[in-house]
Design a protein around this ligand. Sequence first.
Ligand code: SF4
Length: 110
Amino acid sequence: MRGMEEQQILISTPALDVVASAVEPAVDDMTSWRDRAACRALDPGMFFPDEGDYVGVERAKQTCAPCPVAWDCLSYAVFTNQTEGIWGGTTKGERRRLRRHLVRKFREVG
Ligand code: SF4
């Protein structure tokens, strides 16, 4: 997948640090899950559709749906704040909402 090594911008807040430690094994073990990815033989560009290319987004999501490492992929994307592309079957907007939700939940528990 394009950009995995390029965009490792971590937004650090106490709540996200907790999220980060929860998903850290997925990041440490990155090579093994990538080897099992449903997209490993596909064009990485397929997962970076142009803005407004809803058909491209759906095509990428349909590839992710049965992927055996979708959770690892999504965890990695959330942990490293991947701001572009489809990761674990989610768009950048869906990941942004997920991050906000996680931060809110972690703040609630203390
Ligand atoms: S969830 Fe999608 S983008 Fe992630 S590894 Fe699987 S097929 Fe590739």
